[in-house]
Ligand binder design. Structure first.
Ligand code: 5GP
Length: 203
């Protein structure tokens, strides 16, 4: 794979979607792989844009057919990253941004050793709950379920490559941008370009 594979995870309510939207505007060069999910669309979510919304049977058929690079049960629904979602982006020369949960992130790291894992933390559990409630998209039982799972999800940050604490959106976006730019400039990724410009085959 030629582009960088960035994986971003966060517990629901950490402000990840807002951060990602700002990052894409500021850093550019990203393709976004649209996941498949069995959950219902929320609010203004559009099929094919936010997710490919499919029923369980379709999802399971895709699993059987080997269509997913990774898939996982998150909360009570199934979510998966398709090979075609990633390939579409890399074929266009983009880096790929995957917004997936820690189980998915672990599987991606196993398959793509060079992938870059970033975990976004909320500043506190209280703010996490407030953000989920303010979003007004989930029922009380869903909120309770997400709050119950959040501490376990948060522990996963220890094995990510980077952690961003999203207490101030502006700073969080700048940190994410700094990570992206640094990764793009790493020698292992820039050397092919440098070799096109200069004869650096022997030291
Ligand atoms: P939500 O329902 O709030 O959109 O997403 C719930 C969780 O599922 C989030 O943590 C999100 O990152 C994760 N998720 C979304 N797409 C995928 C995917 O394709 N694979 C995995 N493993 N997790 C996903």
């Amino acid at each position: 794979m030629s582009g960088v594979l960035f994986v971003i995870s966060a517990p629901s309510g950490a402000g990840k979607s807002t951060l990602l939207a700002a990052l894409k505007k500021r850093a550019g060069g990203f393709g976004y792989s649209v996941s498949h999910t069995t959950r219902d669309a929320r609010g203004r979510e559009k099929d094919g844009v936010d997710y490919h919304f499919v029923d369980r049977m379709t999802f399971k058929e895709m699993v059987k057919a080997g269509s997913f690079v990774e898939w996982a049960k998150v909360y009570n629904d199934l979510y998966g990253t398709s090979f075609s979602g990633i390939e579409k982006q890399t074929a266009s020369g983009f880096d790929v941004l995957l917004d997936i949960d820690p189980q998915g992130a672990k599987n991606i790291k196993k398959k793509f050793k060079d992938s870059v894992l970033i975990y976004v933390l909320p500043p506190s559990m209280e703010i996490l709950e407030k953000r989920i409630r303010d979003r007004g998209a989930d029922s009380e039982s869903v909120i309770e379920h997400r709050m119950k799972e959040a501490p376990q999800q948060i522990k996963a940050c220890v094995w990510y490559d980077y952690i961003i604490i999203n207490d101030d959106l502006e700073r969080a976006v700048e940190e994410a941008k700094a990570i992206v730019i640094s990764e793009r400039c790493k020698t292992i990724r820039r050397l092919p370009d440098a070799k096109k410009l200069f004869d650096i085959s022997s030291p």
